[in-house]
Design a protein around this ligand. Structure first.
Ligand SMILES: C[S@@+](CC[C@H](N)C(=O)[O-])C[C@H]1O[C@@H](n2cnc3c(N)ncnc32)[C@H](O)[C@@H]1O
Length: 281
């Protein structure tokens, strides 16, 4: 099932983007190691959001290369375009499109050498169609993408969700938590990635699992981390639209749960399991 990126969700992401970016540093490092970008290459960043990995790619390939950031949320792209990538970086073109409907050949986009994505490819309404279009934009290229492993493998999602469900159960609020392999977790196994990418025409699909401690909110005090935890994936889904007093109680419950996950410098760190998948066109 597709997971909507409506304006409310986009604005919430933008409001927390600096913390999210620090939180996802281990994912970024693994993704760029797998992508192995070379000077002068043409890179496509799919579901680029506000562009942190797009700008990194632009610096990695340098002035002789070029980079395209593709996203369906116009507000994300406006935020992305407002930040220059740096003096030695490749130029960046921002394209506002749904990857499922995008026609790179018909719209005259020059072929790319490398496709990258940090969590921008799990929300497609038709994944095979989207990855087919993406492949058409890099007909002789390679791909490196980061997706979440099955949600049950990541305490960073399970711990705040359990705290929220506990509060709601105590209050007698009935909720239906999202399935652990849907939405942001829709490409959560090597088999699923191989099936989708192969059907879309990609070959040599290889998925490597990584685990890392993710610093929630990017390194903040426990209460700020708990508010960030409220907005994490499934916890956001079950608490959206609930009364403010219930949401406040959930934040307190998340803070309590986080107390046993403090680092020496007082930040909250929980395990996240993610997949880095590479493929050839
Ligand atoms: C989890 S965010 C990741 C953003 C960015 N890659 C990052 O790491 O900060 C997912 C992004 O995918 C975009 N997205 C979702 N579905 C899409 C689609 N069908 N086509 C293009 N972009 C999409 C969303 O608008 C959002 O910006």
């Amino acid at each position: 099932m597709a997971d909507q990126w409506d304006d409310t969700r986009v604005q919430r992401w933008l409001g927390q983007s600096e913390g999210i970016d620090r939180q996802l540093a281990p994912v970024t490092d693994a993704l760029f190691a797998a992508a192995d970008l070379q000077g002068g290459e043409r890179v496509l960043d799919v579901g680029c959001g506000h562009g942190p990995t797009t700008r990194l790619a632009a610096r990695a390939v340098g002035r002789g290369g070029s980079v395209t950031g593709l996203d369906l949320a116009d507000a994300m792209l406006r935020a992305a375009a407002a930040v220059p990538p740096g003096p030695e970086a490749a130029p960046i073109e921002w394209i506002n499109a749904d990857a499922v409907d995008w026609d790179p050949v018909g719209s005259g986009v020059d072929p790319h050498h490398v496709v990258i994505s940090r969590y921008g490819v799990m929300f497609f309404s038709d994944p095979v169609k989207a990855f087919t279009n993406i492949r058409a934009s890099a007909p002789e290229g390679r791909l490196a993408i980061a997706t979440w492993a099955h949600r049950h493998r990541s305490d960073m999602f399970e711990v705040p969700l359990a705290a929220a469900l506990d509060v709601m159960a105590r209050r007698g609020v009935a909720v239906d938590p999202p399935e652990p392999d849907e939405g942001a977790f829709s490409l959560c196994t090597a088999q699923r990635l191989t099936d989708v990418l192969t059907e879309a025409g990609w070959s040599e699909v290889d998925t490597v699992e990584h685990g890392a401690a993710m610093v929630i909110g990017g390194g903040t005090d426990i209460d700020t981390a708990a508010r960030a935890g409220l907005d994490l994936g499934p916890t956001r889904v079950v608490t959206t639209g609930q009364p403010e007093d219930l949401r406040a109680e959930v934040i307190e419950a998340i803070a309590d749960a986080y107390r046993s996950h403090l680092t020496a410098d007082g930040h909250v760190a929980l395990g996240g399991t993610f997949l880095i998948t590479t493929a050839s066109a």
